[in-house]
Ligand binder design. Structure first.
Ligand code: C5P
Length: 218
């Protein structure tokens, strides 16, 4: 397909979701939050009493999920699950179900369907390596673990939640380790991706950097 794709991969809480959505807005492109798909598999699995290590049952279920993204909300079987999939429990669940090749395969077609004119911004762990290897622009967006933990902490406190910075940092580090060490589509920077470390950047600066890179290759 020659429909342009900007693939933005990186570790958890790096801000890639926020940056990807803003880039999509600026270009009038579609947006794919691939992490939401793994979160939905974890949630649907829990609802159906399927264990997160039961690859065959999860893969069979994943292939038949009715998932829609509408008006900024995530729908599973017509029910809004935007908040439910964001919980810390589902963050861990997503990273556990995502280790299974069968689950990843079951979600491929669904992800490819998002590649529609005039273009797509896709964020995740394997957008540039597996799902859209021919993406016209690839970015590996990261930030130090300490900065990522602090951003997540402020987000939670800002929403009036109780939060523990040390616990958040530990959770982020264990999810990163699982994402990088798994054999199926591990998190890594593609050779043809630019590295964008946002530790010292504002969101606007990160968005501008991605737009500038994309304008050279699209
Ligand atoms: O991006 P987000 O934090 O929502 O992703 C949740 C989890 O889903 C990640 O920790 C990772 O294990 C998994 N994931 C993945 N491949 C993607 C996107 C997310 O394995 N493309």
């Amino acid at each position: 397909s020659s429909i342009p794709v900007i693939a933005i991969d990186g570790p958890s809480a790096s801000g890639k979701g926020t940056v990807a959505q803003l880039v999509a807005q600026r270009l009038g492109y579609h947006y794919l939050d691939s992490g939401a798909l793994y979160r939905i598999v974890a949630l649907a699995g829990k609802q159906a009493s399927i264990a997160w290590n039961d690859e065959a049952a999860l893969a069979a279920m994943a292939a038949g999920l009715k998932i829609r993204f509408e008006n900024g909300e995530i729908l599973l079987d017509g029910q809004i699950v935007s908040e439910a999939v964001r919980s810390e429990d589902m963050s861990r669940g997503a990273s556990e179900v995502a280790v299974h090749p069968g689950v990843r395969r079951a979600l491929l077609d669904l992800q490819h369907d998002f590649r529609q004119a005039p273009g797509l911004v896709a964020d995740g762990r394997d957008m540039g390596s597996v799902v859209f290897p021919d993406a016209q622009a690839k970015v590996f967006l990261t930030a130090s673990a300490a900065v990522r933990a602090e951003r997540r902490y402020k987000q939670l406190i800002g929403k009036g939640n109780h939060a523990n910075l040390a616990q958040i940092l530990a959770d982020i580090e264990s999810r990163d380790a699982r994402d990088m060490q798994r054999s199926a589509a591990p998190l890594r920077q593609c050779e043809d991706a630019i590295l964008l470390d946002t530790s010292e950047l504002t969101i606007d600066q990160a968005v501008e950097t991605v737009l500038q890179h994309a304008s050279k290759t699209i």
